[in-house]
Design a protein around this ligand. Structure first.
Ligand code: ZN
Length: 449
C-alpha cells in the first residue's frame, strides 16, 4: 500500500524544526518513506491525499490520561483535587470491564478526532470482580485504531492506612504487583510498530505504600518497561509528604529510585529548583496537563525551567473527570498560555508547544525513534489538519493557526499508515454506537450508586 499526501504544509518537528510550505509525504505500508518540498515524486500510488490548505504534523502524543473517567464527567466541579478524589472514588469503585471499555472507546475516539495517535492511559482502579479491565482497554484501542501505552496502575493504601481511597477500592500490595506483571506478560509488545505497550504505575505516593513504589520500580526494570505516577500535583500533596516522610514528593521519588530516563511523571507542578535540576540531569519526563491543572486550580507547572534543565516534557489531557473536553489539540494552546502566564511572553514559542505535543511526548514514552516527527523511517502516525474554511481562511502561518487557534478539523489521521479519521469523522468505528454505549455505561454507574 503506497499513499501520498501532496501539496500540504508540513511541520516535521525534526531536530532542526524543518517546515515545508508546500510538499509531500509518501507512506509505504506503516512507514514514512519520503518527505520533501514541491510536487510529489512520480510513481504509482494507491491513494493520493489532497493537502491543499492543510497542515501535516506528527500525530499528537498524549502522555497522561484516565480513559475510564470519560463516564464520570462534570462531577465535583468546584472542588480541590483531594475533595474531588474523595467524591469520585466511591463511584469509580463500581467500574467494571464493560463500563471501562465503553468509556475508553469514547475517550480514544475523541482523542483521535483532535489529532492524537498515541495515548498513555493510567488505569489504577481495579475493583474486585470487575472483570479484565486491561483487556477492556486493549480491545477499545484496537476498535478505534490508535496506539496505547497502558499504565497498569495500583493503589494499596486505603483509608484505614491513612490513604485517601476507600478500603474496598485498593488492592493488596503483592496482588497489585502480580496484576502488573500479568499485564506486561500478556500485552507488552516491544516491536517498533507496537499498538500496545504496558508500563508500571502506582497511582501516587499518597495512595500507595513505599513497598508498592519500590516493588513497581524493581518489576519495571526487570521487565524492561517504563514507570509512571502522579507527582507534585498539589500543595496538599507536598504538605502530606513532608508530614509523613519528611521530604518533598520529588525528594521521595528520588529516594525510592523513581527518577531516571525510564520514568515519566504526571503534573510536576510544585518543584523546587533543585528538583527541576535533578529531573533534567536524570532525563526524567514530565506529562504536563495544563487544562486539568486549571480545572483543579493546582498551579502552573514550571515547563520552561524543566525544558531548560534538559527534562523531556510531553502534554497530557488527564482524565476527562478533570478535563471534560477530553481533546489533545487544545492542550497545545493551553500549554503555551500557562507557560507565558508564568514566565512572560518569551517563555514558550508556538513551535515549542508543538514539540511538546509530539516529540516531547514520544520521548516521555521512550518512542522517539519510532514516532513524534515526520521523518523517513518513522511510523506513519500523521495528522492532516484542515485549515480551509471559515476558521482559518487567509491565515499565513499554519503552525501558529494550529497552536493559537481553535483545534482545526482533522482531514485525515493516519496511525501506522492506516486511516482512523477522515473528513472530520471517525472511520474505524461508528460514533453513534460509541455514544449510545457510553450513555448506557454512565447511567449504570449512576444507578448503582
Ligand atoms: Zn491523572
Amino acid at each position: 500500500m503506497r499513499t501520498v499526501i501532496e501539496n500540504a504544509a508540513i511541520a516535521t518537528v525534526d531536530a532542526s524544526g524543518t517546515e515545508i510550505p508546500s510538499g509531500y509525504v509518501v507512506i509505504e505500508d506503516e512507514l514514512i518513506v519520503a518527505v520533501g518540498e514541491g510536487p510529489a515524486p512520480a510513481g504509482e500510488y494507491d491513494e493520493r491525499i489532497d493537502g491543499r490548505g492543510r497542515l501535516v504534523t506528527p500525530g499528537l502524543v498524549n502522555t497522561h490520561h484516565h480513559l475510564y473517567q470519560w463516564a464520570t464527567r462534570g462531577l465535583a466541579a468546584d472542588h480541590t483535587l483531594f475533595e474531588w478524589l474523595v467524591e469520585l472514588y466511591p463511584i469509580w469503585g463500581r467500574l467494571d470491564a464493560e463500563i471501562t471499555h465503553a468509556a475508553a472507546t469514547a475517550g480514544l475516539a475523541r482523542l483521535a478526532m483532535t489529532g492524537c495517535t498515541t495515548v498513555a492511559d493510567h488505569h489504577y482502579v481495579f475493583p474486585r470482580d470487575a472483570g479484565d479491565q486491561v483487556e477492556a482497554l486493549v480491545s477499545a484501542n484496537s476498535r478505534v485504531g490508535t496506539r496505547i501505552h497502558i499504565v497498569r496502575g495500583s493503589m494499596d493504601r486505603g483509608e484505614s492506612d491513612g490513604g485517601l481511597p476507600p478500603d474496598n477500592l485498593v488492592e493488596e500490595t503483592e496482588a497489585a504487583l502480580l496484576g502488573t506483571e500479568r499485564a506486561i506478560d500478556q500485552h507488552h509488545d516491544t516491536s517498533a510498530n507496537a499498538r500496545v505497550r504496558i508500563a508500571a504505575g502506582p497511582c501516587s505516593p499518597f495512595s500507595v505504600s513505599e513497598r508498592l513504589m519500590t516493588g513497581a520500580a524493581e518489576l519495571a526494570r526487570r521487565k524492561g518497561v517504563r514507570l509512571h505516577t502522579h507527582l507534585a500535583e498539589t500543595l496538599d500533596e507536598e504538605e502530606q509528604c513532608l508530614a509523613e516522610v519528611g521530604c518533598t514528593p520529588a525528594e521521595y521519588a528520588d529516594k525510592l529510585g523513581w527518577l531516571g530516563d525510564d520514568v515519566w511523571l504526571a503534573h510536576t507542578v510544585h518543584l523546587a529548583p533543585e528538583a527541576i535540576r535533578k529531573l533534567g540531569a536524570t532525563r526524567t519526563g514530565s506529562a504536563h496537563c495544563p487544562t486539568s491543572n486549571g480545572r483543579l486550580g493546582t498551579g502552573i507547572a514550571p515547563v520552561r525551567a524543566l525544558l531548560d534543565a534538559g527534562a523531556p516534557v510531553g502534554l497530557g489531557v488527564d482524565g476527562a473527570a478533570s478535563n471534560e473536553s477530553g481533546g489533545l489539540g487544545e492542550e497545545l494552546r493551553q500549554s503555551l498560555f500557562q507557560a507565558r502566564q508564568r514566565g512572560g511572553p518569551k517563555a514558550l514559542t508556538t513551535r515549542q508547544a508543538l514539540w511538546m505535543g509530539t516529540m516531547g511526548g514520544a520521548r516521555c514514552l521512550g518512542r522517539e525513534s519510532e514516532i513524534g516527527s515526520v521523518e523517513v523511517g518513522k511510523l506513519a502516525d500523521l495528522a492532516l489538519w484542515d485549515l480551509n474554511g471559515l476558521l482559518y481562511a487567509g491565515i499565513t502561518d499554519p503552525v501558529a493557526a494550529l497552536v493559537l487557534g481553535a483545534t482545526p478539523p482533522i482531514a485525515r489521521l493516519l496511525v501506522g499508515g492506516k486511516t482512523v479519521v477522515s473528513g472530520g469523522e471517525l472511520r474505524t468505528a461508528d460514533e453513534a454506537s460509541i455514544a449510545r454505549e457510553l450513555s448506557a455505561a454512565s447511567a449504570r454507574l449512576r444507578e448503582t450508586r
